[in-house]
Design a protein around this ligand. Structure first.
Ligand SMILES: CC(C)NC(=O)[C@H](Cc1c[nH]c2ccccc12)NC(=O)[C@H](CCCC/N=C(/NCCC(=O)O)S[C@H]1O[C@H](COP(=O)(O)OP(=O)(O)OC[C@H]2O[C@@H](n3cnc4c(N)ncnc43)[C@H](O)[C@@H]2O)[C@@H](O)[C@H]1O)NC(=O)OCc1ccccc1
Length: 228
């Protein structure tokens, strides 16, 4: 680690699995119970907003029943102690990184605890169901939607992410299947700028072959072992 200064870490649903949050593609995962095109696209929301709001209301309510795990807490410790640049990017819409103690996490696919006005773009913290949401507090339009990035929509803060990848000495991917872009392409971006690349995942992923090193195991063990 001596020559490592700038680190970019990407996390996915696998880091929250041991906290009891369903992943997407694993057995019994979200995409087994729901079709992406029914609940996670702008077209689905236009077609059946109640179904989509219900899907996210259930996931938002479930947040109150789960706690961060050792992997979340280890990353908070790393953030507090790392003397150089560290950017933590998550594809997760849960708040377990923050509750695990991380001060600055970039939610590239949005957050369950935030509502977005489809009319004026205003954001507001939201922890209840959105199905019976009042109008937007800023513009009064009845257009509040989950502040998450659906398929076909541009992820958040891509400029900040690509800038950090271009400066990275080390890129670490934790608990993601590498099935969804542009996140699945970050390892190649980092490698192209000369960074070392490490994958920590329960099993080999669609992108494992892009990494210098891929370690298999549970995030709750692999991440503390890597941080300490
Ligand atoms: C399905 C896929 C082929 N489709 C896409 O990638 C699409 C289309 C596309 C764009 N570019 C492409 C290039 C090629 C092909 C397709 C595309 N991408 C988009 O539409 C994106 C938007 C995608 C975002 C969609 N929203 C999500 N989530 C928020 C909502 C919600 O949460 O409901 S995606 C969602 O699924 C993704 C994958 O999930 P993972 O987190 O990886 O979870 P998964 O279940 O798949 O895997 C879990 C892993 O953990 C491991 N694991 C399990 N337990 C543990 C454990 N205990 N410990 C460790 N590991 C564990 C398992 O082994 C497994 O490997 C995450 O990103 C997650 O956020 N937008 C876009 O491209 O805009 C334009 C653009 C253009 C230019 C530049 C930029 C943008």
């Amino acid at each position: 680690m001596a020559d490592i200064r700038n680190i970019v870490i990407l996390t996915g649903a696998g880091i929250s699995a041991e906290s009891g949050i369903d992943t997407f593609r694993d057995a019994g995962g979200l995409w087994e119970k729901h079709r992406i095109e029914d609940v996670a696209t702008p077209e689905a929301f236009a077609r059946n907003p109640a179904l989509v709001q219900g899907f996210y209301d259930a996931r938002r309510a479930a947040l109150a029943t789960v706690e961060p795990n050792a992997a979340h807490r280890s990353l908070a410790r790393l953030e507090a102690e790392w003397p150089h640049e560290l950017l933590l990017v998550t594809q997760n819409v849960d708040d377990l990184h923050e509750r695990g103690g991380v001060q600055d996490v970039l939610h590239m696919h949005g957050e369950l605890l935030s509502a977005l006005c489809g009319a004026c773009g205003a954001r507001s913290r939201w922890d209840g169901p959105l199905s019976d949401a009042p109008a937007c507090l800023a513009c009064g339009a009845p257009a509040l939607r989950p502040d998450v990035v659906w398929f076909g929509e541009m992820p958040y803060q891509m400029r900040r992410i690509y800038d950090a990848l271009a400066r990275a000495d080390l890129f670490v991917s934790i608990g993601t299947s590498g099935a969804v872009y542009p996140a699945a392409g970050f390892v190649q971006e980092a490698a192209a700028s000369g960074a070392r690349t490490l994958e920590l995942n329960l099993e080999r992923s669609e992108g494992s072959h892009w990494f210098d090193e891929s370690r298999q195991g549970r995030a709750g063990e692999l991440v503390p072992a890597w941080v300490d």
